[in-house]
Structures are given as C-alpha cells and as structure tokens.
Design a protein around this ligand. Structure first.
Ligand code: FAD
Ligand code: FES
Ligand code: FES
Length: 1333
C-alpha cells in the first residue's frame, strides 16, 4: 500500500508531499522547500511573530472556514493536512497587485529594516479576514504577538488603524466620552498646528480593502473534508512517526497502542521542549478534526469545552457566555477571560489548545490555577471507558492516582458556573504586560455562607512559585468560618507565606518579589471581594476607602493617540525636489510583500555547506581536551574547524576567533562544525565533547573586576575647573551610585552570512548582514592570506543591527570564509536566536559612581564621577564606549568643575560591544540620577535642578569644545509648553493624593547628543554614481541600509542634485566592489557622510555635463547622456567626503571630537501599580532640534524607534546571568523588548523649525541614536511615582536606583506592610539563581 500523502495548499497552490519528515516545521519548509522566503525566522520559539502565516481550515459540520494566524516556526507540516496556508507572498506582490495592508504599512512608514513586516502584515491580514473593520482593541490584540525592534510600533498602528471603522478614534464611548474628546487628567489635548504639521501619508491614496478579492478556500480541500474517510494517517520519517487519527475511537486506539506518545494539538508546549530541551518523541499522535474534541455545550450547571478548542476559541466562547449570563454565574469565566486576553500573542492562542494547556501543567500556566479553584473536572476516555477526574492540586502535581493514565485522552473540560455569594479572581504579573509568561499568577475563589459574610469555601492557587501550580490549601482550610475582614486578611497573608514558600535560590530568581506578589494578590482579592460583597448587599457591607479603589483598577490605558509635528518644505522648493519631504522607505513595499531579500533569503548555492559553532559552557576554564571523533563520524559532516586549523590566522587585531587552550566566557567559540545541512551540523555539534578544567579567578561583575583591578588599559580621564577646591565652597555634598544593566541588540534578523568561493584566483564573495563590509573584507583577507582585492563583501540590506553587526560578525565571517576556502564550497552560517544572544554580547552593563557638590538652589559646582563598563572577555569597542561615555556624560549641563574617569572592566562574560547610543545612554543616566538626587536633597523638583544647570548659550564642553546650545532651552521650553507640564504635574499630585495603590509620576529630560566619530579618517565616505544611456542613474555608497532609510535618503540626494526623478535612480546595495575602503555604518552619521559623498559625485557629473545641458536645457537625461556618450564624456563619477574635522587629545583632555549636537527634550508620565510593580506610560512628548530634516518620515521613525528602544533598556529589558556566568535570557520568551502594549498611550513628537545652516548634508542632523536616551524620561517618571508612594507610606532614606526599573524593582521600592511581612534571606546564606553583572 502506498504511504499516505500530505496534502495542503499554500497560497492557492496544491502541495503534495510523499516523503514527509514529521520533524519538519512549516517555516523551513516554506523557506527552503518552497522558496517562499517572505516568512522570516526571528526566534524559532513562537515569541516574535516574524514567521506569522495564516491557516484556513474548513469545518464540514458547520460548513465554515476558520482563518487564524500561526507561528510557522512551531507548526509541524504534518499537522497541515487539508489546510490552506497563506503567506505574505500569497496576498499581494509588486508584480500583480498589492494587498491594501501591504500598501498601507509601507506608506504609513511602518517598516524600517522590514524584517518584522511580513509577520505584521500576516497578523493584520488574518484579522481582516475575520473582521474587515476591526476595532482598535482587536487590532492591538492581533499584533500583540509580533515584535518590532525598529519602529516603536506607532506607524504600524497608524497603518492598521486605517482599516478601523473610524480611524483615529477608540470607537468606545465610555461614559459618553471618546478618546478624542478627553485628555490625560482631563486636560486638553495637544493641538495640531496645520501649517507645520503636514501629513506623513495620505489616506486618500490607499487601495480600498475588498474582501471579494481575497484568495478563496480551495474547493478541493472542502470536498476532501466533506468526504474524509475516517481513517488514521501515518507519516513515517527517519526518526519520528506521526499518527493522525480522525475519529475519537482511532485516537483512543492509538493512545492505547502508544501510551508514551504525546497527543499534539498546538505543539506550542511539545515543540519548544523538543527544540530547546532535547526531548525526543519517536511517535507523535495528532488528532485531526475530531468533533468530540471541539464540543461546546452549556447547561445550567456550567460549560463543557472540548479539549481540542484553541485558547482563542475558548476566549470567544467565554466572552459570549459572560455577556449572556448574570454576573454571579460567570465569576470563573470572567477570571479566565481576563487571563486569556494577555496570554501569549494571537498566534499562540490560536494554536494552543485547552487540553494541551491543561495537560502540560506548566509551572506558570495562567489558566490552571483558575480552572482548579473553579472546581473544573476533566472528562477522560480510554479503551477502558470514560472517567472523570477533578482538575485539582493533585492533578497539577501529577500525583499518579489523580493524573491521566498514559492511555487516556482528555476529551473535554467541565467548567461550572459560579454560585451566588461566590467570587473568583485572577491575578498575574509579568515582566511585560502582554505576551509574557507570568512571574507569579494566581486564581482565588471564595464562597460565603448565604449573606453572612462568613467564609464557607476558600481556594487559592499560585503559579510561578514552584515546580508546578501550588495550592495554599492548608491556609484556606484554616480560614473557613472566618468573617471577611482585615483581621482575616492579615491572618491569611501570614498563613499563605508559611505555606507557599520559596527558597532564596529558587529558579527564576526575583524571590522576594514573588513572595511579595503572593500576598499583594491576596490583598487585591480581599478588596475585590469586599467590593463584590458591597455590591451584593450595600446595606450590610462597608464601601472601600476611596483611595483604595485604585488597587483594583487597571492601569490607565487609553487608546493610542499621537501627533507628529515637523516642518514643511519651503513653498519655493521645486515640487519634484524630494529633500525635506516624507518619502516612504524605498524598500517599504518590498518589505511588506516579502520580496525584500535578506542574507538567508538567498537561494542555496550548489553544494552549499552549513556551519555551526560549538561554544564553551564554562566562563573561565582550561580546555583539557576536545574529542571530535563522534561528531566527525556522523553522516553529512564534512569538517570541524578548531583553532589549530587556523593557526596564526586565528586572530585579528585584539580579537581571537576560536578558543586555543582556554575559554574566557560561556559562549566562547570553541570550534565550527561544517555539514551538508543545518540539521546535521547542529546534531554533530552536540556530539563534540570538550573537557574543561575551571580556572580562577572567575570575574563576572563590575564589582569583582574592580576588586581584581581587572581592566583593559588604564583609566580614561577628563577634567575641567578645579574640582577639589569647588567641593570646599558648596552648600552640600552627596555621594551615590547607579548600576545600569546591559541590553541585547535583539535585531530581528540574527547574524547571517553566506560565503561563496569563486574558484578562480582565490576570489571569494561574502554576502553578510553587517554594518562594516570593509572590516569583513580585511579580516577575511587576512585569515585566508589573500590580498584584499580578491575578497568582496556584499550587503543588500540588514534586518536590524543597532551596533551589533560589526566586530562579532566579522569574526564569524572569518571562520566561515576559512571553512569555505578550505573546502572550496559555499558555506552558510545563520545563528539561531539563542546562539546569537549567547555569543554576541550587547550593550555594556555600567556602574556610575558620583560625588556632587551643590548649592541649595540646585547648582552643581563640583562633580567627580567614575564610570565602569563591563566589557566582557575581549576589548572589542569597549574602550571607545567608555571614552564616548566620558565625552558625553555632561548631557545638557554645564558643570564648571568636573572630573570624570572611566574604566573598561575585563570580565568572563561574552564581549560587549556597540549598541545604539554607544555609551551615552548609560553615561547620561548616571548624570541624571545624580541630578535627581541633588534635587531631592535641595527639596526642588528635578526639572528645576535641570534648568539651573543647563547649557544655555554658546559655551564650552568639559573637553573645551565650543558649541552653541541655543536650541537646547528652546526644546525644553517648547516641550514644557506642549505637554502642559505644570497643569499635568498638579494633576499628578492630585491623583496621587486620592489613590493609595496607584501612583503617577512625571519627568522631563533634556538632551544634548554630540554627533561625530572622533577622527577625520573615520568620517570619510565615498560614492559612485553612474548615468546610463537611457537616462537612469545607479548610485552606490559606503553606507549600509539597516532600516534607517539611508538608501532612500541617498536617492533623494541624487534626485535633488541631478534634478532627476527619484524613480530614475536606483541603488542595488552596498559592496566593497563598487565603493572600497568604507567606514562602519553607525554613529548617526551614515546618511550625512555618505550623502555628502553622493552629492559630490553628482556635482562632478553635473559640472562635466553642464555644457551639454545648457545647450539643450529642454532635453531629458536620456538626451544628455547620449550626447555625453557621443562626445566621449564619462557618465560615471566618484564622490568623496574627507570627514569632519575631529580630534581629541586624551593626554590633555581636550579637543573638538564632534561636528554638531542634536538637542531635544522629552517628558513622560507614567502610572504604576504599587502592589504589583506594573507600569504604563501614559503620555510622552518629545521635542527635537533636528536641523533641516532630509526626510521627516524617516527621521521621526528614528526618534520614535530609538525612544522605545531606550524605554525598553531602562524599564523591562533584563539580561539574567547565572552565578557561573551563563546567560539565561536567550530568546524573546525570557528577554522582553517592548511590544505593542508598552508604547505610550499618547505620543507627541515635534521637530523645532530649523534655525540655522550648517556644514552637514543640507543642514540636516543625524538622528539614529539620540532618541534612545530620551527613554529615560520614563525611568525617572517611574522614579517620581515610586517616590510618591514611599512618601505616602512614610518611607524615608535613599532608594538605591538601578536600571532597568522592572516590575520587581518598582514593587519592592513601594515598601508597605506586605513587603515588611515577607521573609528575607540573609545575604550569603544561599546561592542566588542570578547575579547582577
Ligand atoms: C511563545 C509562547 C508564549 C506562551 N505564553 C503563555 C502565557 O502567557 N501564559 C500561559 O499560561 N501559557 C503560555 N504559553 C504556554 C501555552 O499556553 C501552552 O504551550 C499551550 O497551551 C499548550 O497547548 P498545545 O495545544 O500547544 O499543547 P501541545 O504542545 O500540543 O501538547 C502539550 C501536552 O498536552 C498533552 N495533550 C494535549 N492534548 C491532550 C489531550 N486531548 N489528551 C491528553 N493529553 C493531551 C500532550 O500529550 C502534551 O504532553 C506560551 C507558549 C508559547 C510557545
Ligand atoms: S520565528 Fe516564529 S515566532 Fe519567532
Ligand atoms: S522594521 Fe520591525 S524589526 Fe525592523
């Protein structure tokens, strides 16, 4: 008998697979087998949404098609039988027709690097298929599982909002007031000025959404579904067999035969275990369309829901039931619904099943605690018949007598209705509000004796605090019979803390926070129930104190609202001149259709190999031996490269490639395995056996480095005035310090490269995602002992870089090139997200120590600062980061007597490197922390102290560079005015006086961001412009397109200079073949420097062609080019810019390192939940002086994207290291970058009208980095709110600030009776799970 075929459709095309590998996921299948590379790999763990596609399934019983988004990276292809898959390529393209969502996301400037865009498009597309006119809530919900590291989400929301019924409005008329009518704190909204606020896009141009144009569900699949013979399908792979029963009977039989095989529904629990924990299942049972598993039945006792329903379906069912039934019956349903709204993203909720969720019993399951307190029962079936078991603590603990038997199938779940006088509540706190596993969650239920207020039943379960969901059953038992009062609450807290215990070294860390949450949730429950009792019997139960009600309210969240103000171009400017206009990113449409080609989208080269790394599992050790034999014996393995192969080519500059006899960090590259496929290379890498012997000392933290004097080079120092003398005359002196955690770049495209030996003269081509092609060329040439002219490096575009694709990328490329050259075959190396995060390092953790001498009016007259950065195990750019930190640490302030010193600490961590802002976000925060403390000491607001110390006019920096700060106070004043600072500050005070458990805070931060590279040579740039005989032009330059839109700007430059339409100018990418000897793209100056070179090339051409053009002024470029050709005049020109004057003498501590300064100010307001540490940014206003913007749409995108990245840095992005130096946070599920839920509910960005002309490209300013720092306005706003809480609770004494201000730190700083109640561990009495580095 023929083996069954796997049949499904992709984008309307039938796919029939005869030899199916059950281990194959949809993402690699689409990308490699079908060559549909629009769908991207971002994490492989369901956490980023880059791989989103839409699945459509036909239900023959209801005769309906269900469309839903899924993560292709976690979708086994065997699960696709009878399904229609739609990818980004299937909905539109540039050759035939664009889909409106593709058009709008591009035209609304919702793409930068574009790597997240196909996923965004598909999430939105799936939403529109189900709701052609979605509400804003549906929209943000649909995009909640998609991460974007570039845009800050606002323009994506703008694009998607155009599909909503009334775009720009929340559409909810809560209390009769719509979002457009009410401002924060009841204040008037920011007014848009029409003249200075030209739209960034025009909605009138947009293609209409026409649902009739969408792909239809394939009729063949409908026919098959209708007539599906009830027969199990079996797909056999090399290692795994996939069994798909289509009836319940067959399922039960399969489970009987293979009791150890998992029943795979969504694969969202089994998949990550297989992938990341090495779990292996030789047999997988995956039921398909079994009706009994999708049952929905409701009677007066409750609901029965099929175990196969997806969590999203459960959400919709519950929402419907809650709407229909009286509130007293729906307590459990409401609680479940509350958690289902924030559980994972839309993709996971659509894949994950209720049964899979329950049976997996994850320790942080959101639903299991609620289902358990709600007295749910599980309906099981096996060959022995039906059985019911309670979903209780024993089941959750997997007690054998209360668990499913291996042969049993969970068919459905009974969820009873709640009863009168019964209350159920759900609580959770995570690092991020949405799409983040809970740190602690809880389900709580109480039943009172009829009307008497006496506890009859009480049930409390917690997740996140043990190896599984934990019940506080003894405590609950002891509280039965008690009245619901404060005495009971106090007793309950003490009992629960005794019963639900956490060791100091508990996995996941945050132990004291978790203990506090355990009882904070209890307090919230107490209040919620008290309020419920009052509602039921107002005469009998007291109201909550007014200032306590806020404990129960959700954090302020109004729908997104923004204004953007930028200068319009001079009306006299020619209409065809694009400079200053908000031109869309020229790859925007291609990003949105998936046609934009990134490195790993390039097709395989004949005989291509794959390279993967073996990395050290020890932080500081001697390599005793490396045994490669087993790995080398595996099929498909071609070679394993170690340091001994590279010999003297194993290093370049200060960086070594592969470990020789010692490793210096976990993640140190040990060897590189090369095989004929990625899968085989990875399998072989696991078989490489390295024996280590630990070495002393192990230095991980900055403090340890200081103790061991473990520094790269000696200190760097800048000094001005006389600090010691100034300390003698000041009114007050304070000393303090702040620790700032590192940051992961989290570019969406991981490190990627393809090296192709050309087979002739040793030539080699490197296609790589890098910011620095010349360096790659140099390092590869040196490694291969080739002259540089044989090595060419090509970069079409980069899917985000942020500083992380320079040093390490080059090392990876050198090793990959060595492998390619050795074997004469192309070699591809693409890091997985976890490898990337482990190996590549990120922003430096920082310690700033300060001593400030100041007058009582806030003037800081003396400042002595020490900066330490955790550089990791190799130098990389760390010294330069420290230098930039010292040069920029004054931020916006004139400190007349200043001494600042800095050290790069050598530790046993992966080498840290450049990240957007390059030292300034840390150095600036140290200064602002000091200012904030000075303000507190002086009894002034931090804003007052900021103004007092601010640069105001022409002045000198501490390294004696003269500059004009004229627009700095202007930005400050304008920001104050636009954000209604005083009124809102008063309103914040009022809010805080009225609310005990929610507090608001506001902070305004100025910005002076110096722009420059520090040396003339490093600022040089070159360009090449060709004009062809048809009148079109091709421009090349040395800058890399990594999302910032530099290629778009360069085409704008050519268009202006040559007076040629932008459509006639093309740019193919960056290559060392066209423009040699380039500098790294970074430091905010890429467009500026390269633009001046492009301009120069154009002017050379124009000069050459001037006689021809003036002879035929009415001619076209085609005419002029032909004439030039006929006259033997070259139509190619190089352009050159030698770099800005730039120098700094570190001996003397003076110089002119920067060409210009970007000024700005940002004001943020936040609300915090003092009981959980949650926060929400309510509003942010940013005012920037950006000079003459070349492209306001791109520039606003840079400011906004950087701001959100900064907000992430200072609030939620937390890297966790073990005490042995292993990075735990290796993917989006452990490391939280801001998601759509994090962006401020209101954003107002405005650019000052340009004031002066400068030497820069059309007097513009580079904006790539500066906005990051403004994210600290959120940090200090949180600080302000926490201070209000502490003041109210009478907590005096300093609060040691550190970044990021995570929910943990916020909660623990809002000290109260609960934080006092928890047990504390003696430091040193336990080994903590993680350490701050
Ligand atoms: C990116 C991501 C984010 C997440 N975020 C959250 C979150 O915020 N909160 C949260 O609570 N959870 C979260 N989860 C976990 C998620 O809820 C679970 O993975 C999911 O519910 C499991 O369902 P599934 O259908 O995919 O299970 P599968 O992986 O298909 O199966 C899981 C287990 O259940 C068993 N099983 C499934 N169905 C049956 C049945 N009918 N009878 C017997 N056994 C059965 C299988 O044998 C297997 O052992 C997240 C997961 C991911 C990947
Ligand atoms: S790649 Fe699939 S979710 Fe990230
Ligand atoms: S545009 Fe979203 S990740 Fe770059």
């Amino acid at each position: 008998m023929d083996p069954p075929q796997l049949l499904f459709y992709v984008n309307g095309q039938k796919v029939v697979e005869k030899n199916v590998d059950p281990e194959m996921m949809l993402l690699p299948y689409l990308r490699k087998n079908l060559r549909l590379t629009g769908t991207k790999y971002g994490c492989g763990s369901g956490g980023c949404g880059a791989c989103t596609v839409m699945l459509s399934r036909y239900n023959p019983s209801t005769k309906t098609v269900r469309h839903h988004p899924v993560n292709a990276c976690l979708t086994p292809i065997c699960s696709l039988y009878g399904t229609a898959v739609t990818t980004v390529e299937g909905i539109g393209n540039t050759r035939t027709r664009l889909h409106p969502i593709q058009e709008r996301i591009a035209k609304c400037h919702g793409t930068q690097c574009g790597f997240c865009t196909p996923g965004m498009v598909m999430s939105m597309y799936a939403l529109l298929r189900n709701h052609p006119e979605p509400t804003l809530d549906q929209l943000t919900d649909a995009l909640g599982g998609n991460l974007c590291r570039c845009t800050g989400y606002r323009p994506i929301i703008d694009a998607c909002k155009t599909f909503c019924k009334a775009s720009g409005c929340c559409q909810s008329k809560e209390n009769g007031v719509c979002c457009l009518d009410q401002g924060i704190n009841g204040l008037a909204e920011f007014q848009e000025g029409d003249e200075t606020n030209p739209e960034l896009f025009s909605e009138e141009e947009f293609l209409p959404l026409d649902p009739t144009q969408e792909l239809i569900f394939p009729p063949e699949l409908m026919r098959i579904a209708e007539k599906q013979p009830p027969k199990t399908r079996v797909f056999c792979g090399d290692r795994v067999t996939w069994i798909s029963p289509v009836t319940l009977k067959e399922l039960v039989e399969a489970k009987f035969k293979h009791p150890q095989a998992p029943i795979v529904m969504g694969y969202t629990s089994v998949g990550p275990e297989v992938k990341f924990k090495g779990v292996f299942h030789p047999i997988i049972i995956s039921p398909d369309r079994i009706e009994e598993l999708s049952v929905i039945s409701q009677d007066q006792d409750g609901l029965t829901l099929g175990a196969g329903l997806s969590l999203d379906q459960v959400k919709d069912i519950l929402a419907d039931v809650v709407w229909k039934l009286p509130e007293e019956k729906t307590q459990t349903y409401r609680a479940l619904l509350k958690h289902l709204r924030t559980l994972a993203g839309a993709q996971i909720r659509n894949m994950a099943s209720l049964g899979g969720h329950i049976v997996s019993r994850h320790l942080d399951s959101d639903l299991n605690p609620l289902l358990a307190v709600g007295n749910c029962t599980l309906n099981l079936l096996s060959k022995d018949g039906e059985r019911q078991i309670p979903l209780n603590e024993q089941f959750l603990r997997k007690c054998p007598e209360e668990d499913l038997k291996p042969q049993e199938v969970l068919v459905s779940v009974n969820i009873p209705c709640s009863r009168k006088w019964e209350f159920v509540s759900a609580f959770r706190q995570a690092q991020r509000q949405q799409n983040a596993l809970a740190i602690v969650n809880s389900g709580m239920r109480v039943l009172f004796k009829e009307g008497g207020g006496v506890i009859e039943e009480l049930s409390i379960l917690y997740g996140g605090v043990g190896p599984t969901t934990i019940s506080a059953k003894n405590s609950c038992q002891r509280l039965i019979g008690r009245p619901w009062d404060e005495e009971m609450l106090d007793k309950a807290c003490r009992l629960v803390l005794d019963e639900v215990t956490l060791a100091g070294s508990a996995p996941g860390g945050k132990v004291e926070f978790k203990r506090t949450l355990i009882i904070s949730f209890l307090f919230k429950f107490y209040l919620e129930v008290s309020q419920g009792l009052k509602r039921e019997d107002p005469g009998h139960y007291p109201s909550l104190a007014g200032n306590y009600e806020s404990a129960l309210e959700d954090l302020h969240s109004k729908h997104h609202w923004r204004t953007l103000t930028h200068q319009n171009v001079d009306p006299a400017q020619l209409p065809q001149d694009p400079i200053g206009r908000p031109i869309m990113h020229l790859s925007g449409i291609k990003h949105a259709t998936g046609e934009a080609v990134y490195c790993d989208d390039m097709p395989a080269v004949d005989q291509e190999l794959f390279l993967t790394f073996v990395t050290s599992s020890r932080a500081h050790a001697k390599i005793v031996s490396i045994d490669l034999s087993e790995a080398l014996s595996l099929p498909g393995v071609v070679d394993i490269i170690t340091a001994s192969h590279l010999q003297e080519a194993n290093s370049f500059g200060t960086e070594t490639f592969l470990a020789t006899d010692e490793v210096h960090c976990v993640g140190h590259l040990v060897c590189a395995v090369i095989a004929d496929s990625e899968k085989r290379a990875k399998q072989a890498a696991k078989q490489v056996k390295v024996v280590y012997q630990d070495l002393e000392p192990l230095i991980l933290t900055i403090e340890e480095a200081i103790q061991h004097k473990s520094f790269f080079e000696s200190e760097r120092k800048l000094e001005c005035g006389n600090v010691d003398e100034a300390f003698k005359i000041v009114d007050q002196i304070l000393e303090g310090e702040i620790h700032i955690g590192g940051q992961e770049h989290f570019y969406m495209e991981t490190q990627s490269m393809l090296v192709v030996p050309k087979g002739e003269d040793g030539e080699i081509d490197i296609y790589v995602s890098t910011q620095f092609p010349r360096y790659i060329q140099d390092i590869v040439a040196a490694t291969l002992k080739l002259s540089v002219n044989k090595v060419m490096c090509h970069v079409r575009r980069v899917g985000g870089a942020f500083g992380g694709k320079v040093g390490k990328t080059s090392i990876l490329a050198a090793i990959t090139a060595f492998a390619a050259s050795k074997h004469g075959r192309a070699v591809r190396c693409i890091l997985e997200r976890g490898e990337d995060m482990l190996i590549t390092g990120g922003r430096h953790p920082y310690l700033g120590k300060y001593k400030a001498g100041f007058m009582n009016d806030g003037r800081i007259l003396a400042l002595d600062v020490e900066h330490y950065c955790n550089a990791g195990c190799s130098l990389d750019e760390s010294l330069w980061v420290i230098e930039m930190g010292l040069l920029k640490m004054d931020n916006a302030y004139k400190f007349p007597n200043l001494r600042c010193r800095g050290w790069a600490c050598r530790t046993n961590l992966p080498s840290n490197t450049a990240l957007r802002g390059f030292g300034f976000p840390q150095a600036g925060l140290v200064t602002e922390a000091c200012i904030t403390e000075v303000a507190i000491k002086c009894g002034l607001s931090p804003e007052q102290v900021r103004i007092v110390n601010m640069y105001k006019q022409v002045d000198n920096t501490h390294y004696k560079q003269e500059f004009s700060a004229k627009t700095l106070p202007e930005c400050w004043r304008e920001c104050m005015a636009k954000c209604f600072y005083s009124e809102r500050k008063t309103a914040v005070g009022k809010f805080n006086a009225e609310n005990s458990w929610k507090k608001r805070g506001m902070a305004m931060i100025p910005l002076k961001f110096p722009v420059g590279i520090g040396s003339v040579a490093m600022g040089q740039a070159a360009a090449l412009v060709h004009i062809y005989l048809d009148g079109s032009a091709l421009v090349s330059h040395g800058g890399i397109e990594m999302g910032q839109g530099v290629h778009t700007k360069m085409i704008q430059v050519v268009s202006r200079e040559l007076r040629m339409p932008m459509s006639s100018v093309h740019l193919r990418g960056t290559s060392t073949e066209t423009v040699p000897n380039t500098n790294a793209s970074g430091g905010s100056v890429v467009a500026d420097l390269n633009g001046l070179a492009v301009k120069d090339a154009c002017q050379t051409l124009l000069k050459r062609l001037e006689p021809i053009i003036s002879k035929n002024p009415q001619g076209t470029w085609k005419d002029w080019a032909q004439t030039a050709f006929d006259q033997s005049i070259s139509l190619s020109a190089i352009g050159y810019f030698r770099g800005y004057e730039s120098n700094i003498n570190w001996e003397k501590g003076e110089g002119h390192p920067f060409e210009y300064f970007v000024f700005g100010a940002a004001c943020s307001e936040v609300e915090i939940d003092c009981l959980t540490g949650n926060h929400k940014t309510i509003r942010t206003d940013i005012v920037m002086d950006v000079g003459h913007s070349i492209n306001p749409a791109l520039d606003i995108g840079q400011v906004e994207g950087a701001f959100i990245q900064g907000m992430g840095l200072y609030t939620i992005e937390e890297l966790n290291y073990s005490p042995q130096g292993t990075l735990y946070s290796r993917g989006p599920n452990q490391y939280k970058i801001p998601a759509i839920c994090d962006i401020p509910t209101e954003v107002h960005i405005s650019f000052l009208p340009p004031s002066e002309q400068s030497n820069t490209l059309y007097s513009s300013k580079g904006l790539g980095e500066s906005g990051v720092f403004l994210g600290c306005s959120v940090f200090f706003a949180i600080h302000d709110a926490v201070r209000a809480a502490r003041q109210e609770r009478g907590v005096s004494g300093p609060w040691k600030l550190s970044s990021p201000l995570t929910p943990e730190k916020i909660r623990m700083a809002c000290e109260d009776k609960f934080t006092k109640m928890i047990p504390r561990d003696e430091p040193g009495s336990y080994v903590p799970w993680n350490i701050p580095v």
